[in-house]
Design a protein around this ligand. Sequence first.
Ligand code: PHE
Length: 343
Amino acid sequence: MEQLLAQIEQLKKEIAESAVTDAPSLEAFRIRFLGTKGIVKNLMGEMKNVANEKKREFGQIMNEFKQFAESHFEQWKEQLEAGSAAAGPSIDNTLPGDNLPLGSRHPISLMRNHIISIFQRLGFAVAEGPEIEDDFHNFTALNLPEHHPARDMQDTFYIQQNPDWLLRTHTSNIQIREMEKGELPLRIICPGRVYRNETISARSHCFFHQVEGLYIDENVSFADLKQTLYYFVQEMYGKDVKVRFRPSYFPFTEPSAEMDISCQICGGSGCAICKKTGWLEILGCGMVHPNVLQNCGIDPNKYTGFAFGMGIERPALLKYGITDIRLFSENDVRFLRQFTAAT
Ligand code: PHE
């Protein structure tokens, strides 16, 4: 009994002198003193060896010792909890970060940016405009008065008949809006989404993307138009590309032309893509019609200009070897992921 009491005194001294400052040592203390095989339990087990008349006294001393150990444990625990709450949630700065997968640009955006960058080098500025447009900016100002049969060239989604709202059929509406501002000379490139009421198939869709361009100044000629577009296709398809202009008709340009390039798939010898002609049609163009200038408050006797418009889907199909235009809008990540490395 004397020996046991001395041992308890010794242990109390040890507890009183120790400082527990972290969770692992608190847990070690709990296991050593208060655990199922801990010191308190063991000492309690000594009860059977204590003489009967001393059992009561020993029991009291043991209870005290147990409370002494438990109160120290509780105290340290509270201190630790208060300390970690004050320090905020524990953050391990050495852990590796969350791995965010790198996104990819959509092929239409890649092609649009490529086209824009070529014209920017020639001093064209990017201009944008509304996709929901009024009749005037999409048609009438472009020399396409109401009931003009040429409106049938662009089958249109009308939103409301009065006032006449529609989904723009081309980005020429931007050109009208820019001309209306009256700041000349004007040299703009107009990218954007356009809508036409067409049956969806592998080759056509009810919405697609365009880049149109406009240059207005004094003495702008058809030679400027040809040279600008020739520079563009050389930058886009390489120096060996051949071009040809075919007479065409657009109500907003006079004269008007379609520009073809030598087929980039077969090199001009004829294949399925170019329908055995050796040529691919890539854009429409022409000299801005005097009526259009006048509709926008520009004096056609002083100023002339050229305009052109091209789709983005077709050159993207060619560049990336894609065979179905619907892939561009289905958002299938297996398709989109392939453009991660493209620039
Ligand atoms: N706006 C025409 C279209 O979408 C393209 C074009 C623009 C043609 C400018 C000539 C000049 O069909």
